[in-house]
Design a protein around this ligand. Structure first.
Ligand code: MP5
Length: 192
């Protein structure tokens, strides 16, 4: 079964992962800049953790998945450089400690090293598809956040997510629910 069917099989988990109050506040401009900055620093940590996970997955994934995983690793390296320039512009300390939701998500990524490559690919597709749909729902974004919403909804990102769907393993319910729960907690982190 194609992984996209997981979205309709688990509508509540999907809605909670992609329709967070944080995103509503980015769209209507009510999100305090401090909360956004807190979230940005944590997302930079997450992207660094994701790069390590994805590099390990690239090393063991079947050959048809190599190109999309390698391109994704390069994109993550570029994303980290982008985070550095954003942090410099906003005066953020990217070395601030990880918050509990970030630590828990990193632990999930580490556990996925023990899963077969197909399941880990399904998890990676879920991570990216959640992010794409969540930010797409925040379009166009309030003026202060528009550049960020646009950054995370570029057409190339949707193409990447489609590429991951093409190489993902089975539509694994358990890993889908674990990832969507981690995403939900991550959105909630900066508002709690
Ligand atoms: C992504 C992210 C997508 N940056 N943060 C969270 C919490 N989930 C998913 O990562 P990217 O940068 O699109 O690979």
């Amino acid at each position: 079964m194609p992984v996209a069917e997981l979205l309709t099989r688990h509508p509540d988990a999907w809605r909670r992962a992609t329709r967070a109050p944080f995103l509503d506040a980015v769209r209507d401009g009510t999100l305090p800049a401090g909360a956004f900055d807190t979230w940005l620093v944590q997302d930079a940590h997450f992207v660094a953790d994701l790069l390590r996970f994805q590099a390990r997955l690239l090393a063991r994934a079947p050959r048809p998945a190599s190109a999309v995983l390698a391109a994704g690793c390069v994109a993550l390296v570029e994303e980290l450089a982008w985070f550095s320039s954003v942090a410099a512009g906003r005066g953020l300390d990217l070395a601030a400690p990880r918050l509990p939701a970030t630590v828990a998500y990193a632990q999930l990524l580490d556990r996925l090293d023990a899963a077969d490559a197909g399941t880990a690919l399904t998890a990676l597709w879920t991570i990216e598809r959640t992010y794409l749909d969540a930010w797409s729902a925040a379009l166009p974004g309030a003026p202060g956040y528009r550049e960020f919403v646009e950054h995370w909804t570029v057409p190339g990102f949707a193409a990447y997510v489609a590429g991951l769907a093409a190489v993902a393993g089975d539509a694994d319910d358990a890993v889908f629910l674990e990832v969507t729960a981690a995403e939900e907690a991550f959105w909630g982190m900066a508002l709690s």
